[in-house]
Design a protein around this ligand. Structure first.
Ligand code: ALA
Length: 408
């Protein structure tokens, strides 16, 4: 019995007539009761518009919001609370860097290095910068096992590279990328590094100071927190020189008819009424994750990953993409296809047994082309999954071809 299952009310409920087997954790994680209660408690007892009111409740809301910011700061090892910008999600955080750093500071002839496994959220914003500024985009390509070699990193990050934007973990292959090597190579070339941590921070620690990363983006909803809250970490000296992204609300200092000056960090980047309830939920999610511990999370997921890969290897007509030989430098995300069956049909048939997986291009179309597929099915694990979940999934998968009239 997984001791954490009991903390997740939705996992006690039935999806269809069958028990929910939730294997779509890379899309969003389920929420523990403590997070649900913290958000409820905020709205029950502390809700007011922060910063704007001089009355006690507004001061309380401001304090809760700033306490949440401090919790995030300590969680990722930043220097200062002002380096933590609350956004809606990782996508908004990445757009913020593209608009407020990429557009003003990159020039014609500069180059950006991305990887072919970027989520569209860490690709399309840079395409926008490239088109607007005449900047060239270069791509890291993985080897046959889904990993970037040192040679590839050294070849694609050069003296012309001014910015490197990569994902820590692939949302399709689960590959954990060699970000220390990437950051080191980028900094030697004088480039800043933007790390998409949306798929890493649910599974292993992020320490921005140890990594010396310039910007890091992540979403709350993939790490047990509510949807609609995300974080951008940025080094203070970079954030300070960047212009605002969105404008209006309390991100100003003085506003005149024709001009405005802007607030100090972090408010400069937080236009409009912030999502205080979301921030409170995120802080509680962090406390919950710390209670479980990343060691436990990694141990559980790694065992389940090995068990799943082993099970899949025994099913004929199934192709698994990425690294199938090892669970090292690998998170519990497995993309696969079943011969002759569209991934949407696979996911629909699995749903008949209560199994939730994602099917499609996973917002990573360039990677799909690189893998020479249109789409895949994707199973993604979290520490509340069990071997029984995997057994139900594997048994269901064995039936897929039969459902459509193919031989086993
Ligand atoms: N980015 C999320 C995923 O990979 C939605 O599924």
């Amino acid at each position: 019995m997984n001791p954490y299952l009991i903390d997740f009310p939705i996992l006690q409920e039935k999806a269809t007539e069958k028990r929910l087997v939730y294997l779509d954790n890379a899309a969003t994680t389920q929420k523990p009761l403590s997070v649900i209660k913290a958000v409820e408690e905020y709205y029950r007892a502390s809700n007011a518009n922060p910063y704007r009111g001089l009355y006690q409740l507004s001061v309380k809301a401001t304090q809760e919001y700033e306490n949440a910011r401090h919790t995030v700061n300590e969680f990722i090892g930043a220097e200062d609370d002002s380096e933590i910008i609350f956004t809606r999600n990782a996508t908004e955080s990445l757009n913020l860097v593209a608009y407020s750093y990429g557009l003003p500071f990159l020039q014609k002839g500069d180059e950006i290095t991305l990887s072919v496994m970027e989520h569209h959220s860490n690709l399309v914003p840079w395409q926008m910068v490239a088109k607007a500024k005449g900047v060239k985009l270069n791509f890291l390509y993985p080897d046959a096992t889904g990993h970037f070699t040192d040679e590839e990193i050294e070849k694609k990050i050069t003296q012309n590279t001014k910015l490197v934007a990569v994902t820590y973990v692939s949302n399709v292959l689960g590959t954990v990328n060699p970000v220390a090597k990437i950051i080191d190579t980028a900094h030697s070339a004088g480039a800043v590094v933007v790390l998409d941590c949306a798929q890493s921070i649910p599974h292993f620690p992020l320490n921005v100071k140890d990594l010396d990363v310039d910007f890091a983006a992540f979403s709350g909803h993939k790490m047990l927190a509510p949807m609609g809250i995300g974080v951008l970490y940025g080094k203070k000296m970079l954030l300070e020189k960047m212009p605002p992204f969105l404008t209006g609300g309390e991100m100003i200092e003085y506003v005149y008819e024709q001009d405005a000056t802007f607030a100090q960090l972090p408010q400069k980047f937080e236009a409009g009424t912030p999502n205080v309830g979301g921030a409170v939920g995120m802080a509680e999610a962090i406390r919950y994750l710390q209670k479980v511990g990343y060691d436990t999370i990694q141990k559980t997921e790694s065992e389940l990953l090995a068990y799943t890969l082993q099970g899949l290897s025994g099913i004929p007509h199934v192709t698994v993409y990425g690294d199938t030989a090892s669970t090292r430098n690998r998170c519990g995300v497995i993309s696969f296809n079943v011969d002759d069956v569209h991934p949407h049909d696979v996911a629909t048939i699995l749903n008949e047994d209560g199994v939730a997986v994602r099917a499609g291009h996973h917002c990573a179309q360039p990677l799909m082309r690189f893998l020479n597929v249109n789409a895949t099915c994707r199973l993604s694990l979290y520490f509340y999954n069990t071997k029984e979940d995997i057994d139900i999934f594997l048994e269901s998968l064995k039936k897929v071809r039969g459902w459509l009239g193919y031989g086993a």
